[in-house]
Design a binder for this molecule. Structure first.
Ligand code: 9Z3
Length: 312
């Protein structure tokens, strides 16, 4: 890695807050990694949801990134069902595998599932929803209790990158059995602590101009330093179709990793394209309009096939 990039990353880490409980959380991940290595588990490290950029040290305002966590959580479900162990690293309060269907119910909220028992004065799951609630809640509980699914959350881009480095390094002992699947939408700009207001920025009649520094690019670090033997997947999100292919190819040639999954904001739930040196041609995955399955099932199938080839 070039020393300029290493210095940029070092000054980034010096100028953001170390996540609370960092050492303890990394210790848990270390135990997970050691067990997975001993038992030769295949593991996928999924990042999901958007990072935020705080404007003040006592944060009242922040800049957000587009991502609800649907892609990451649906992918986690598929990989758990296929026997992978999943480290799900997601934005606080974003969608979670399986229970996402209970967090946001189509017609109403979580309260739709409840009924008032007049005899006991308790609230319980209404009989009408027994199947639905069990179908989503039980797999979630099963995978958590069995240790197949472990979770950790982030909020700011600083927390995200601290853990991205720490987790990748801990899981790197799994070598080729590890897939890194970076689906989170990560801020490109941030405010270093040394330039950040201490308290809530007060309203001003002349408006507010904020200057942001670039966030160092970290894919190269994962590929070359943090988890160099693993299968690394990143996402490329664009709004202009003309840019999608060039940007994805550029990312592959810059970092030399295994897979870029390209998607456009306007149809990311219905179309993605795989760019990979392991494929002869780009692979287009489409979800038909009458297909009730999320596209992440097809993404997962193709990705597992590529991972199998990579392991051979
Ligand atoms: C994605 O492109 C994801 O597919 C989505 C998923 C964010 C669109 P949802 O969580 O959305 O289902 O609502 N993620 C990567 C976004 C990103 O920031 N990529 C960087 C880039 O495009 C590269 S790391 O430059």
């Amino acid at each position: 890695m070039n020393t300029e990039l290493i210095d940029q990353l070092k000054s980034f880490f010096d100028d953001v807050v170390l996540p609370k409980g960092y050492d303890k959380n990394i210790e848990k991940i270390r135990e997970f990694a050691i067990a997975a290595k001993e038992l030769k588990h295949r593991v996928i490290f999924i990042t999901s949801g958007g990072t935020i950029v705080p404007f003040e040290k006592n944060m009242v305002r922040f800049l957000d990134n587009f991502s609800g966590g649907g892609r990451g959580s649906s992918t986690a479900e598929y990989f758990l069902e296929q026997g992978y162990h999943v480290l799900f690293f997601s934005r606080k309060n974003s969608l979670q595998p399986f229970i996402k269907n209970l967090m946001y119910h189509e017609s109403d909220s979580f309260f739709t599932f409840l009924e008032h028992d007049k005899n006991t004065q308790h609230v319980k799951v209404s009989e009408h929803y027994y199947d639905q609630v069990s179908r989503h809640y039980l797999p979630w509980k099963k995978y958590i209790d069995s240790g197949h699914l472990i979770r950790l959350d982030f909020e700011s881009v600083g927390e995200y990158l601290y853990y991205l480095r720490g987790i990748s390094m801990e899981l790197s002992i799994l070598g080729k059995n590890l897939i890194v699947y970076a689906a989170a939408a990560v801020s490109d700009f941030y405010i270093p602590l040394s330039k950040m207001a201490e308290h809530k920025i007060q309203s001003m009649s002349k408006g507010l101009t904020i200057s942001l520094d670039p966030v160092p690019k970290t894919i190269g670090f994962i590929v070359h330093l943090w988890a160099p033997k693993s299968f690394i997947t990143t996402f490329k999100l664009e709004t202009d179709d003309e840019l999608l292919k060039t940007k994805s190819m550029q990312s592959l040639s810059n970092y030399g990793h295994q897979l870029v999954i390209a998607n456009l904001l306007s149809n990311y739930r219905d179309r993605v394209i795989f760019y990979s040196p392991l494929l002869k041609d780009p692979l287009v995955i489409l979800r038909e309009t009458n297909d009730h399955q999320p596209i992440e099932i097809q993404i997962g199938k193709q990705l597992i096939q590529l991972h199998n080839n990579f392991l051979k």
